[in-house]
Design a protein around this ligand. Sequence first.
Ligand code: USQ
Length: 390
Amino acid sequence: MRVLILGIDGYIGWPLALHLLDRGNEVSGMDNFYTRKRVKEVHSNSAIRIGSMKNRIRKVKEQTGKEISFIRGDVSDPDLMYAAVKATRPECVIHLAEQRSAPYSMIGLKQASETLQKNMIGTINLVYALKDHSPNCHLIKLGTMGEYGTPNIDIPEGFFDVEYMGRRDYLPFPRNAGSWYHWSKVHDSNNLMFANKVWGIPVTDVMQGVVYGTRTDALTRHRSSTRFDIDEVWGTALNRFCAQAVAGLPITPYGKGGQTRGFLSLDDSIQCLTIAAENPPDAGEYRVFNQFDDYYSVMDLAMEVKRIFDQKHTNPAVIQNVPNPRIEKEAHYYNPEMKKLRELGYRPRRSLQDGISEMIKDLERHKKTILSLKDVIMPRTEWKESRGLS
Ligand code: USQ
């Protein structure tokens, strides 16, 4: 299959490219190195060093003889998006090229506006380019479980049966996001549903949970690494907790720590995206997959990291419930459905415990870098204090 990965330089994009290449696909990628640049803007860096795209691709060529074709560019540039689709003629596009940080989108108006614009415009550019040049191409779009928020009822996969005033319908489940970033994904989902309705573009809209981990089978095979962010803006909960334990810094569940989210390992994320690519929707279908392995509260995860860390270290990890910088429920009902990927064969490959042990082990080698980032680890991006015209 000819696959185009938008956001190939990212945490998920790079190991996904290696995995799809190893499965015999023709892989192209596009990236504007946005994450590398924006992470530096908050005085941070990937805790695990990664090579330049040029070197990454050269190494793959040396190892396998196979070429990943790469286009440097921004998906929010319509001419470039059209050129990329025309040049690569994809049968499947996996769109990961969005601003992915909730805290970044809450820093202030500039970041909020950039997140909303770039994410929505990139997706609409892609949809038009596909309609005009590759209308049967399967679009896999990375959305987020955070689109649903934390309702006090079960969360279905995208749609649900509803009865109101004596009439019934099958409708999109209400979205109720918790940051400008998460809302940008909701807007994308709405736009994709509409594009599918009018032009029949086959879409898999993936509602993915929080991804964790340092390893995937493909990264190991290729002796390669992917980025790993741990700062308060770009790092995500479990990855941060492992890095904090390794560096002897407090593990930071926010507020009461009862916030519950779906989580999955990086390896499982790649397995799920591959399953989606290899099992496309019917012609003209828009489908939604909820994508996670299991759900946990952040407090439970903090305790699990401490338990596993303490087994092998004499200096015990410390958990510190810090004031919550976000506006979110800290204790709530959470019961999302996750059936469709399992029906297509998804079986989690890494347990949470193995994932945590591996991360701790891998991050020990990067302790110096983690410590050099210690000033950007404690939360300071406050939802309430988001800056306006300053
Ligand atoms: N949290 C802590 N302590 C920390 C960091 C986070 O308690 O040190 C809490 C947050 O308050 C939140 C939860 O952990 O309740 C998840 O936060 P996160 O930063 O791990 O993840 P989030 O901001 O939701 O976003 C991440 C990715 C995003 C993806 C999303 C999936 O950055 O791209 O879409 O996870 S989901 O969370 O299911 O929406």
